[in-house]
Design a protein. Structure first.
Length: 272
């Protein structure tokens, strides 16, 4: 049960410092991935060659230490959580909408707590919870998906889905969320978009609030990843999209709600 009535997200703009908001918007703009498909062959994100990059991944950053290192042994057995590899592709295997709701109930909505309070499955600086998750239909693999409703906002405290007044067929929505990489991803059953509500993130902690909100995004998709894996679903966190294009498809204001990352979920493709 929601301990307090909801507020329209625009209300927080009355409390946030405009100069701080403009600072964060300018900073966030530097990290936009606005690459258009027709220009993909002509633009690189780094000047380093693929061979050079291959020597830099899966490497430790070793800070100068003092003394002998202590070994951390590998642990195996029941109860040990290992993250499965992100799937290269998704298959359009059937999945029930009730299964989607069950996943959300275990990961992104409030847990039972004392009357008048709320507890989420992940932490948030100052209990502000400025990250808004959106549930998006990216294929027709999910049975019993509500007709005529393609995108929902997940409301964590009222434990409900708010249907947005936007119509977007699954293939068009997948193209926007994946940055036109659907050919690589296959057909994930659905996706979660995590967007930072800028004014809500900044009005209390100012610039620091943006950092806290980004930390919260990671906590959220990690929680979903663990639970999805526990029920046999595959998860892939994706950042190769245009922020403004995603916001446009969701029907949200990209200067108030900043898409941070997309998480695709579904059944992994079977090896050939």
């Amino acid at each position: 049960m929601n301990p307090r009535p909801a507020l329209a997200h625009q209300r927080y703009s009355e409390l946030a410092d405009e100069a701080v908001c403009l600072d964060v918007l300018a900073f966030n703009a530097h990290a936009h991935y606005a690459l258009l498909p027709q220009l993909g062959h002509a633009v690189r994100l780094t000047h380093l060659s693929d061979a050079h990059l291959a020597n830099l991944v899966f490497r430790e950053s070793d800070v100068a230490g003092c003394g002998e290192r202590i070994r951390i042994d590998t642990v195996v057995g029941e109860g040990v959580a290992w993250r499965q590899p992100s799937p290269a592709r998704f298959d359009p295997a059937p999945l029930g909408f009730a299964d989607v709701l069950d996943l959300l109930a275990r990961t992104l909505v409030s847990q039972p707590s004392q009357p008048g309070t709320a507890r989420m499955p992940y932490p948030s600086g100052g209990a502000l919870y400025p990250v808004l998750p959106f549930l998006c239909r990216t294929s027709h693999a999910v049975t019993d998906w509500p007709a005529g409703q393609d995108i929902f906002q997940v409301l964590p405290f009222s434990r409900s889905l708010n249907p947005l007044p936007v119509r977007a067929d699954a293939s068009t929505l997948l193209a926007a969320l994946s940055g036109d990489a659907a050919g690589t991803l296959g057909q994930p059953a659905f996706a979660l978009v995590y967007a930072v509500h800028l004014d809500k993130a900044l009005f209390k902690y100012r610039h620091r609030g943006f950092r806290l909100a980004q930390m919260e995004v990671g906590s959220m998709y990690q929680r979903v990843t663990e639970q999805a894996q526990a029920v046999g679903l595959a998860s892939r966190v994706w950042a190769g999209f245009s922020d403004c294009r995603v916001a446009s498809r969701l029907g949200i204001d990209a200067t108030q709600l900043l898409p941070m990352v997309v998480q695709f979920l579904g059944q992994p493709a079977k090896p050939c």
